[in-house]
Design a protein around this ligand. Structure first.
Ligand code: SAH
Length: 390
């Protein structure tokens, strides 16, 4: 079967056109804000709901950014929309496409901050991995994102902008007969989504809107390192699937690998998972477990993992992730044999534990790596420039 998206032309780095003075950017506005914006430019109260619905449909269902093309909107209103509004996308600092069809964009936002977004095509789905923050405050020991200095939250517009840009680049607005290329979202890019919940929530509500992008909450997975106080809200207010970056089966090891564990302990995290609204056998919680040689990969660790998940009565599946090394990383990946053995033990314990195949290795699609590589190249360019004779 053909992998959707694998043969679409290569995407290019480019700057988004500057926003003309006085224009208001609609990227990231929700429906209520769109309605208020239309009211402000003089749309009569009687027409407000209908016009909001129309413009929303064009912006988020059709992906149209040119107001003049919104041909069911009255002509004078179209002119007014163009005079007051714009619908932007993030800049693309660099873009790469892997031999396996994985794509990676490094996006630059208006203040120059950058974050990554990755598209992973499979036979039966296409997953877009979205960032929630620039950098990350969690400093997980094995993750490269934590080594980056600049950290800030992304706005709802910057989060939803990643999706819109990917849909543009994959030419994925009008669904062909075999379906969309982007079918799923995972909030597993840079950052901790539960440290930026309000903006993540707003962005996901835009993406789930029935008259816009229409992505079902069942096709969205939020991944957290374990911000316990926010987990219930994610379940109640968004109802998306939950993934938890577990990576260890004891507090002693997890304290080192995922330092957030010093604040939110392993047993409390597992209780919060057991109580996650909507978790049941048909919608299991995913536990991500990165395989670190001689750190968390023994037979005993695998057995302890099964015991823990069962003791807390969590409808669970485990994703075993081969550690993706980066320069000077303090860990190595477990051997293939070890990973397989670990997987077998967890499966024998009655819990599904597939090994995730690394994707996009040739374009360094692992967390934080494109951004770091780009920074490195820029630094060496600067060095060269400094050495070059004037
Ligand atoms: N803060 C959230 C989401 C971002 S991390 C969280 O912690 O879940 C997304 C996933 O990528 C996590 O499971 C993380 O453990 C994994 N990851 C990060 N760096 C990795 C690496 N070098 N190799 C393999 N997996 C990695």
């Amino acid at each position: 079967m053909e992998i959707p998206g694998a043969h679409t032309p290569q995407v290019m780095p480019r700057r988004a056109p500057a926003i003309a003075a006085g224009l208001r950017d609609l990227l990231g506005v929700d429906r209520a804000q769109l309605k208020a914006a239309l009211e402000e430019i003089g749309v009569p109260p009687k027409q407000l709901n209908m016009r909001t619905k129309q413009v929303w449909h064009w912006l988020y269902h059709r992906g149209v950014r040119d107001f003049a093309a919104m041909d069911n909107v009255a002509k004078d209103l179209r002119a007014k929309l163009s005079a007051h509004f714009t619908m932007s996308r993030p800049d693309v600092s660099s873009a790469q496409i892997s031999t396996d069809g994985t794509r990676k964009w490094l996006l630059r936002f208006s203040d120059g901050a950058e974050a990554e977004c990755v598209f992973i095509p499979d036979e039966d789905r296409g997953t877009l991995c979205i960032s929630s923050q620039v950098g990350c405050t969690l400093t997980c020991h094995f993750c490269h994102t934590g080594t980056q200095r600049l950290v800030r939250n992304l706005s709802a517009g910057e989060i939803v902008g990643q999706f819109l840009l990917a849909r543009d680049d994959l030419d994925d607005w009008v669904a062909p007969t075999h379906g969309r290329k982007i079918t799923n979202i995972v909030l597993m890019g840079m950052g901790e989504p539960l440290y930026n919940f309000e903006q993540v929530k707003k962005a996901m509500q835009i993406v789930m809107d029935e008259e816009g992008i229409q992505l079902s909450r069942r096709r969205i997975t939020l991944s957290t390192a374990g911000v316990i106080p926010m987990m219930e809200r994610a379940g109640v207010e968004l109802g998306v699937n939950l993934a938890v970056s577990l990576h260890a089966v004891s507090n002693a090891v997890r304290d080192v690998v995922v330092p957030l564990n010093r604040k939110y302990r392993l047993e409390d995290l597992l209780d919060a998972c057991a109580n996650y609204p909507g978790a049941h056998n048909a919608r299991r919680i995913t536990f991500e477990y990165v395989m670190l040689k001689d750190v968390n990969d023994s037979d005993d660790d695998a057995r302890a993992l099964v015991r823990l998940l069962k003791a807390h009565k969590i409808p669970a599946k485990v994703n075993l992730i081969p550690f993706n090394p980066w320069p000077d990383a303090p860990y190595e990946c477990s051997s293939r044999k070890r990973v397989q053995r670990f997987s077998d033990i967890v499966f024998q314990g009655g819990i599904s534990a597939p090994v995730r195949t690394p994707r996009g290795r040739d374009i360094m699609a692992a967390c934080g790596q494109l951004k770091s590589e780009t920074e490195k190249v820029r630094a060496s360019d600067r060095k060269k420039a400094a050495l070059a004779p004037a």
